[in-house]
Design a binder for this molecule. Sequence first.
Ligand code: OXT
Ligand code: ADP
Ligand code: MG
Length: 568
Amino acid sequence: EAPGSEQELTDGFHLVIDALKLNGINTIYNVPGIPITDLGRMAQAAGIRVISFRHEQNAGYAAAIAGYLTKKPGICLTVSAPGFLNGLTALAHATTNCYPMILISGSSEREIVDLQQGDYEEMDQLAIAKPLCKAAYRVLHAQDIGIGLARAIRAAVSGRPGGVYLDLPAKLFGQVMNADAGQKSLVKVIDAAPAQIPSPASVRRALDVLKGAKRPLIILGKGAAYAQADEEIKTFVEKSGVPFLPMSMAKGLLPDNHPQCAGAARSTVLKDSDVVMLIGARLNWLLSHGKGKSWGDAPKKFIQVDIEPKEMDSNIEIVAPVVGDIGSVVSAFVSAMGAGWTAPPSDWTKAVATKREENVAKMAPKLMNNKSPMDYHGALGVLKNVIKDRPDAILVNEGANTLDLARGVIDMYKPRKRLDVGTWGVMGIGMGQAIAAALETGNPVLAVEGDSAFGFSGMEVETICRYNLPVCVVIFNNDGIYRGTDVNNANADPATTVFVKGARYDKMMEAFGGVGVNATSPDELKRAVNEAMDSRRPTLINAVIDPAAGSESGRIGNLNPQSVLQKK
Ligand code: OXT
Ligand code: ADP
Ligand code: MG
């Protein structure tokens, strides 16, 4: 038939693909199977990158971090019930962390599911997804695919970003409609995340409070990194002269070696500051809810910049709430500050600098030891220099000691280069994040993983090899969770926190054609990591760490409930 004739047809498969492409979505993270195998094939044929994982949770974590890195919703595509549930953890994680993501799952026949007659992979997925995401939609008719995807995109990226569920029943894909009408039904979303301009009064109020401070502090969170207002934030912070404390994933927004950086004086600035301005950081557990011992006794005033009005006063009183997107707010701050802004009292900025230098000097010798087996500091001293030499490389980091110590030791120099466990402290983000970071940015990735943490997504080393990605995984192998030294005296089973001693994770990478290295000293580690980062070949380095080197739960051991009957 001639193109454009009224008999020309399209179907659900093609409308989903056309709708994604129309909205600039060029990557899908998925695990194939009934009913979405052909959708993946056709998407690939249509020029979308379709990345197939070994488990949906890892595809989901990849999509979530792709959303964080790009400000476009990351797409995870799964099969029904079990595949959907495997992806759901990542969807909830995206929502918790304010990352834009869309989980698209195929689903079974509505008529059978609703009567609970036992369909293939039967589950009421929409109902189950709802409490775990920002929004959930189902499309039943091919002509609604365009609107369905438009709603999903807007819900994911506007306001506070988060996870969205889109339910596509198997029957939808085969539905046929006129091709012309199909094209007309698609929606290109205009201005999906509109600027949210702060009210001038809120800007003035915030600056008045900041101006009145004797010991001010700015806390930058991952919302500030997400906003991609890097220049505006730098201008504001530098013009203010106020010390700044980066939350974990905000490290590098301004470089960690910036003269105003208070990252190495954390306890001091939390305790002694009198005015705290939060920019894209919540007063959740990571900031002790804004109260208690870590915040000291002196009265404090909080200013908060956030796109989500409900975040204000969530834990303590916010005397100057500023609701808006961070780019707009920070620009408004800079204009309203004018030319005559005076820097904070120098006794305060000097006190912060002195504390920082003390802590840095205390750590320096630990980073230079050449012990074998390695301790955390000896190994991390090497990795610190790897990132210093390659500030564009992306650092992925999970574990307990492996996470907490790497966060402190490895300085970051550029925005959005540090990706980690986020708000939930979740293990398993490692390989998904590494894969998405490599694909979305083209930069080499260094994934620093506890041996336990790695286990949650380790099978994806095959995916890394299959797509030949520039990912170097370094496993801090201390034979277990926190430590490899626990002993069970009750029976023949190993203690609950220990793994096979002397395991060789490097062999896993070799099994799929990548480079495997067993490194027993900082020198060996250094050589292997530098080679991997320069060659861009998929590499896994098994870094042998003293099993006794770690501590229970890293830096957050205080969160473990204690039994009154049994002393540790
Ligand atoms: O100012 P002071 O003097 O206090 O000093 C601070 C800084 O100023 C200073 N500092 C520096 N000094 C010198 N130089 C530099 N450059 C510098 N920078 C900073 O250092 C100190 C400390 O600074 P920091 O770190 O900023 O401050 P602090 O006090 O630690 O900050 C508090 C927090 C809360 C903000 C921070 O600690 C934080 O962000 N923590 C995140 C913790 C987290 O999320 N942990 C992960 C979860 S733990 C646990 O749950 C695990 N599980 C269970 C599990 C999970 N999570 N998920 C799932 C799906 N299932 C189960 C498991 C299974 S961990 C885990 C596996 C662990 O085993 P692995 O083998 O993987 O790992 P290993 O432990 O290595 O064996
Ligand atoms: P961290 O873990 O680094 O402390 P959180 O995830 O707790 O950071 O906080 C991020 C905050 O940033 C959230 O409250 C979210 O609403 C906010 N946020 C995200 N994007 C923007 C944006 N573009 N403008 C303003 N606030 C934002
Ligand atoms: Mg370990």
